[in-house]
Design a protein around this ligand. Structure first.
Ligand code: PGA
Length: 250
């Protein structure tokens, strides 16, 4: 009932020449068995959407909570949608750290994204210090409560568990730790929206997902796919992760 999703987060990487990687991905996966999404820098959304056709969905990496207005340098959800995006990543830990985004900010952005018809990929995850202090579950539960808006369409909500200490480090939680957090996210959603709605929300793992560890992570219960940073920049690596998700248990 949940379509598996592998999302590439290019972060602040990618120029026009990077679209060659997209061509290679489309050639390798013309009709993927899971949903494949790339979130390039905003400057490439329109070109990537035109180039990738129906094989690959395109998303933004952030949006403003307002639909328009005097916010120099910002992009609204409606603008992303107008440029060809169908998804948007919100509340990534780099934005929470670099731009001081709070749970309330992320919640407002997610509501705005859904109003614009976008799928909101809300990122959550504890820092290393929080995990060491035994607070990982409490932190993630608090972020689910604070960052997910009321009245969500469960099909338009994705939660990405991205432990901050695993992003770009080559370190990952154990499979048991991933399972524990994903079960918690599902339970928190069920407590708030009901079990049926919670069962329709896709839960991604993110943080140092690579071709070598993807299959094991995708076999963890309640893992519906991945949010991939560094390994999404090269078609060969991302292709191997897509193939792992295509072969994952239903
Ligand atoms: P990484 O990044 O795959 O390079 O660890 C993941 C992310 O930040 O979404």
């Amino acid at each position: 009932m949940r379509r598996k999703l592998v999302a590439g987060n290019w972060k602040m990487n990618g120029l026009g020449a990077s679209l060659a990687e997209v061509d290679a991905l489309v050639a390798a996966h013309p009709a993927p068995a899971c949903e494949v999404l790339i979130c390039p820098p905003a400057t490439l959304i329109h070109r990537l959407a035109a180039r990738a056709g129906s094989a690959i969905s395109v998303g933004g990496q952030d949006c403003h909570a307002a639909a328009s207005g005097a916010h120099t340098g910002d992009i609204s959800a409606l603008m992303l949608q107008d440029a060809g995006a169908s998804h948007v990543i919100l509340g990534h830990s780099e934005r929470r750290a670099d731009h001081h985004e709070t749970d309330a900010d992320v919640r407002a952005k997610a509501a705005s994204a859904m109003d614009a018809g976008l799928v909101a990929i809300v990122c959550l995850g504890e820092t290393g210090a929080e995990r060491d202090a035994g607070r990982a579950l409490a932190v993630v539960a608090g972020q689910v409560a604070g960052s997910v808006p009321e009245g969500v369409n469960p099909g338009a909500l994705v939660l990405a568990y991205e432990p901050v200490w695993a992003i770009g480090t080559g370190r990952t939680p154990t499979l048991a730790e991933i399972a524990e957090v994903h079960a918690l996210m599902r339970a928190e959603l069920a407590a708030r929206f009901g079990a049926d709605a919670a069962a329709r929300v896709r839960l991604l793992y993110g943080g140092s997902v690579k071709p070598g560890n993807a299959a094991a992570i995708f076999a963890v219960p309640d893992v519906d796919g991945a949010l991939v940073g560094g390994a999404s920049l090269k078609a060969a690596d991302f292709s191997a992760i897509i193939a792992a998700l295509e072969g994952a248990p239903a």
